[in-house]
Design a protein around this ligand. Structure first.
Ligand code: AGP
Length: 364
């Protein structure tokens, strides 16, 4: 991608609109229809080693950590390997147990984030195998890792990460599919996921075509001093990332909670001045999510839902195209990138360089 603005006023807007092409690029040349799998050349992990992995620990910071959370869910769902994500910055300070049967995965757009790099170095010192899921080719983390996969999002200039988040999650879907097909994922499920991955670029374009409506909704909620973001299981990391996007670029306070935890405290915050963005995928938790929205409505809270069909309990719904359940999180955050962008734009914020932030944090 060139640094030419191509008619966009900000890099954030440009990069949001590059996502269909970016996803197309991360998929290109990797899908093997014959065996319903994907090939990831640089992993340096043969089938026997992949079958020996007992656990996967994903480490990253900020948006990359959130992408890693979705990645961990994809790995558990498709490869049935226990997996979780943790902020790299916390991991390296808690004297973690480094287990030889655990595969460590470091995630980073820049490949230069100090906390992630230091975690990788500490793990290597202790004999662990570390893979990188990195965007910038030849960066420090990519060089330090034993293998990995590039995210191929292209250069990301805006401090606020958008297209790299989406491509990182797609890269995790490829890793999960690859590991799954070596282990117990069926040919039929492999094919189902591949078909779903192939639908993504067109579905992303469909979401982005709804920009005018999202802009209108952003104006509607821009008076909020604080916003709640909720989701369950697949929707929860989407809520966390959307909440981070809004705070970074608009400076509106936002917090993300699992919808299931509302009644354990945060419900006390709900009132008309505290709107909620609810991630409501059409999956096995749909009714649970509807019940959470009902609780919020009963406290006069305003709700903006991101869902696969209009939600009766919500004041507004952004309807996104349905994919396979496992891949839904890839699409559900995209309208909320635009929501954060238009909220910040209406507030006159410095979109590409929010105050107090740097694109990559190369110090502790
Ligand atoms: C993203 O919008 C943020 N600016 C920030 O959280 C970022 O994702 C984090 O600093 C990690 O950066 P990296 O992906 O380059 O390692």
């Amino acid at each position: 991608e060139s640094y030419d603005m191509g008619g966009h006023d900000t890099y954030m807007h440009k990069e949001i609109f590059e996502q269909a092409d970016a996803v197309d690029r991360v998929l290109r040349g990797r899908i093997d229809d014959r065996f319903s799998t994907v090939h990831l050349g640089g992993l340096n992990l043969d089938a026997r080693e992949a079958r020996g992995v007992r656990r996967i620990k994903i480490l990253g910071c900020g948006t990359s950590y959130h992408a890693g959370q979705i990645g961990a869910q994809l790995i558990e769902e498709l490869a049935r390997i226990p997996a979780d994500a943790e902020p790299a910055s916390e991991f390296r300070y808690r004297n973690p147990v480094v287990d030889p049967d655990t595969l460590y995965v470091a995630v980073s757009q820049s490949g230069e984030t100090y906390d992630v790099l230091a975690a990788v170095q500490e793990l290597k010192r202790k004999g662990a195998r570390v893979l990188g899921v990195v965007n910038v080719v030849g960066s420090a983390i990519a060089r330090e890792a034993d293998g990995g996969t590039y995210v191929h999002a292209g250069p990301e200039v805006c401090v606020v990460s958008t297209k790299c988040f989406t491509n990182t999650v797609v890269a995790f879907a490829l890793l999960a599919l690859h590991l799954g097909r070596i282990r117990d994922l069926s040919v039929a499920d492999g094919k189902r996921i591949i078909d779903g991955l192939r639908r993504l670029p067109e579905q992303i374009s469909e979401i982005l075509a709804g920009e005018d409506e999202i802009k209108r909704l952003a104006a509607e909620y821009a008076d909020a001093k604080s916003m709640m973001f909720i989701g369950r299981v697949r929707g929860y990391p989407v809520a966390r990332e959307a909440s981070l996007k809004l705070k970074e670029v608009s400076y509106i306070h936002a917090e993300a909670y699992p919808a299931s935890e509302l009644k354990h405290g945060p419900l006390a915050l709900i009132e008309p001045a505290m709107p909620t963005v609810a991630i409501v995928p059409d999956d096995d938790l749909l009714e649970k999510n509807r019940a959470a929205m009902e609780e919020i409505k009963a406290r006069s809270g305003r709700i903006l839902a991101v869902a696969h069909q209009a939600q009766e309990k919500a004041d507004h719904t952004i309807v996104v195209p349905k994919n396979e359940n496992e891949l839904d999180p890839i699409l559900m955050g995209i309208p909320l990138q635009l929501f954060a962008y238009h909220t910040a734009l209406a507030m006159g914020r410095d979109i590409d360089k929010p105050r107090n932030l740097a694109k990559s944090v190369t110090v502790e």
